[in-house]
Ligand binder design. Structure first.
Ligand SMILES: Cc1cc2nc3c(=O)[nH]c(=O)nc-3n(C[C@H](O)[C@H](O)[C@H](O)COP(=O)(O)O)c2cc1C
Length: 330
């Protein structure tokens, strides 16, 4: 059985990739994930805030901007320890890349085009084989229009693309009015892959303490439906590689994502719940399904249920929605 795939120009021995999480942030975790059979690893993100804090620390130590930014002095004790942040991150990239035989992809997480490029270059020099950009931007300024939000993504991708030669992926928000168009624009601006989707952590309210809650729930299998829709729509229509990134729990979700057109299928919650060894369970189930269907390779199954290859492409469109609503209860 040939499980191999290609994602953002990288050869993968199978489509299962461990997405960013605390599990991929230690050499021990990375080793366990690799041993379990994952084809690639995305390191946890280096956050723009960590980069900025390090720059503030550097400016303080060197005395730069002391007059123009006096609060730097008072802020200094609360800045993150140098043991966290960019230096430690580059060390993780270096050691993980040296230690593993599978691709190590680093992740930069921020909101603006500035401030990433130097680190993108350092990450490349440290040995990362790819870079994922997580532009976690929530446009709470309600005067900002959609075009400005899109431009932010495109500027960030263009800046990073100009700085590095390694492949660049964008972990995309699902909240665009035209997901297909932003995919094409990101492709035009140099992205090699799209990760569908970034899982936004929506707040809850505590109605007793009247506080905003920021608890984190691991994902559930029903959450695959939104990425599944857009994978199916984009597959075969863009040159970018496509990764599915939410809700994988069993090999059923892996199979569905491949049928819709995913080149790589990412997982975090399932590994946090069941441990890194769960990668082996996913791979076994995938191989079994392919075997039962007499598919000799991943390539034979990938995208056969994408919109462009389906006999009934309208299954992904409004017509089906109307049918579903009108058929309820019959
Ligand atoms: C504890 C935790 C930490 C995470 N850290 C990051 C991160 O640093 N950068 C990032 O892009 N995504 C991060 N994620 C998101 C995951 O990479 C993944 O996209 C998300 O959990 C959806 O995948 P899943 O349904 O398989 O869990 C994190 C998720 C969890 C649960």
């Amino acid at each position: 059985m040939d499980l191999s795939s290609r994602y953002m120009g990288l050869a993968l021995k199978n489509p299962i990739v461990a997405s960013s999480s605390p599990l991929t942030g230690t050499l021990d975790g990375i080793r366990q994930i690799e041993d379990a059979g994952a084809a690639a690893i995305i390191l946890p993100s280096l956050f723009q805030e960590e980069i900025e804090a390090e720059e503030a620390r550097h400016d303080h130590l060197t005395g730069a901007h002391d007059e123009s930014w006096p609060e730097a002095r008072t802020n200094f004790p609360t800045l993150p320890d140098a043991a966290r942040g960019p230096h430690r991150y580059l060390d993780l990239v270096r050691r993980a890349s040296e230690m593993t035989a599978i691709p190590v992809i680093a992740s930069l997480n921020g909101v603006t085009a500035e401030g990433w490029t130097d680190y993108a270059r350092s990450i490349e020099q440290a040995g990362a084989q790819g870079l994922e950009l997580n532009i976690y931007f929530i446009p709470t300024d309600i005067t900002l229009d959609g075009r400005a939000v899109e431009q932010r993504y495109l500027d960030a991708v263009r800046a990073v693309r100009a700085a590095v030669a390694i492949p660049v992926a964008v972990k995309l928000s699902p909240y665009f009015s035209a997901v297909g168009h932003i995919a094409l624009e990101l492709e035009r601006n140099g992205a090699d892959a799209l990760v569908l989707f970034n899982r936004f952590y929506q707040p809850d309210l505590d109605i007793v303490g009247l506080k905003v809650l920021t608890d984190l729930h691991l994902s559930e299998p029903h959450e695959i439906r939104l990425p599944l829709l857009w994978l199916a729509v984009l597959s075969g229509r863009v040159k970018l590689s496509l990764a599915a990134a939410t809700g994988v729990t069993t090999s059923d979700e892996v199979v569905k994502y491949l049928l819709a057109g995913a080149d790589a299928v990412m997982t975090t919650s399932a590994l946090l719940r069941h441990g890194p060894g769960h990668v082996g369970v996913l791979l076994e189930g995938l191989a079994h399904w392919l075997d039962t269907r007499e598919f000799a390779s991943i390539d034979m199954a990938r995208g056969i249920m994408s919109q462009s290859r389906l006999h009934e492409p309208r299954a992904f469109e409004r017509a089906n929605y109307v049918k579903i609503l009108q058929g309820y209860g019959h």
